[in-house]
Design a protein around this ligand. Structure first.
Ligand code: BG6
Ligand code: MG
Length: 221
């Protein structure tokens, strides 16, 4: 139990939409895919796709469009979306895509001895962290290749805490997705929402960008 000792020892970061603005490229690739299927998706629907695995996204999209596909067809759709997403990554993503304030915050966490991890549903996590040149800031990385249960299941964050050798209640998770906030809370962790407090209402508090974040604020939790 952590009741007496509320000290935060570790920060676990979601990647897409938290560390980097790749969420928009996921959205654009899904939009392109749905157009080939004869319908469109909007930003509001896209909130459901944030934080969840590629295959779950395909299921949600097909349900939204009222379509049924075989497993083989679904795999092909997921592969096509990933190909388009990776084209964006190749042409658009550089270290400049890391969100403002992220590097300063990571620097201060490291200098003050906090442990850090990434907890992402994306199977492209390693590729992106390398491309963004931020991989060296993390003591552990848990990605979509290492987990079985999609957020809001807490598996990805619990695995992160385990690799960092800290208790869940000593962790703060940074999340931009509704399902991700739920995953952190389901895992017994603190959660700071990155984005709109209306969407991320279950977070302990929200920031709009990491320019608002510093180590002192971790003590508010
Ligand atoms: C999450 C994104 O981080 O990763 C989702 O929020 C995405 O939008 C999911 O679908 C899976 O990503 P990938 O790169 O494995 O297709
Ligand atoms: Mg995210």
């Amino acid at each position: 139990m952590c009741l007496q000792d509320k000290k935060i020892r570790a920060c676990i970061f979601d990647m897409d939409g938290v560390l980097v603005n790749t969420e928009k490229y996921h959205f654009m690739a899904w939009q392109r895919l749905t157009e080939t299927l004869g319908f469109t998706i909007d930003e509001k629907f896209n909130e459901n796709l944030k934080g969840v695995s590629r295959s779950v996204c395909v299921d949600l999209i097909l349900k939204h469009g009222g379509l049924t596909k075989t497993q083989e067809e679904k795999n092909a759709l997921a592969a096509q979306k990933n190909e388009w997403f990776l084209e964006f990554v190749k042409t658009e993503v550089t270290p400049a895509n890391v969100y403002p304030g992220v590097l300063d915050f990571l620097h201060s966490l490291k200098s003050k001895g906090y442990k850090t991890a990434v907890g992402s549903a994306s199977k492209n996590t390693m590729l992106l962290l390398n491309k963004l040149e931020i991989i060296q800031y993390f003591d552990a990385i848990v990605d979509g290749n290492m987990i079985e249960k999609a957020k809001p299941n807490p598996e990805v964050f619990l695995k992160g805490a385990e690799l960092l050798n800290v208790r869940p209640c000593e962790c703060v998770v940074f999340e931009d997705a509704y399902s991700g906030v739920e995953a952190a809370k389901n895992g017994g962790m603190y959660c700071i929402g990155v984005g709109s407090p209306e969407v991320l209402s279950k977070a302990d508090f929200c920031i709009r960008t990491f320019m608002e974040m510093n180590v002192e604020r971790l003590k508010e939790l």
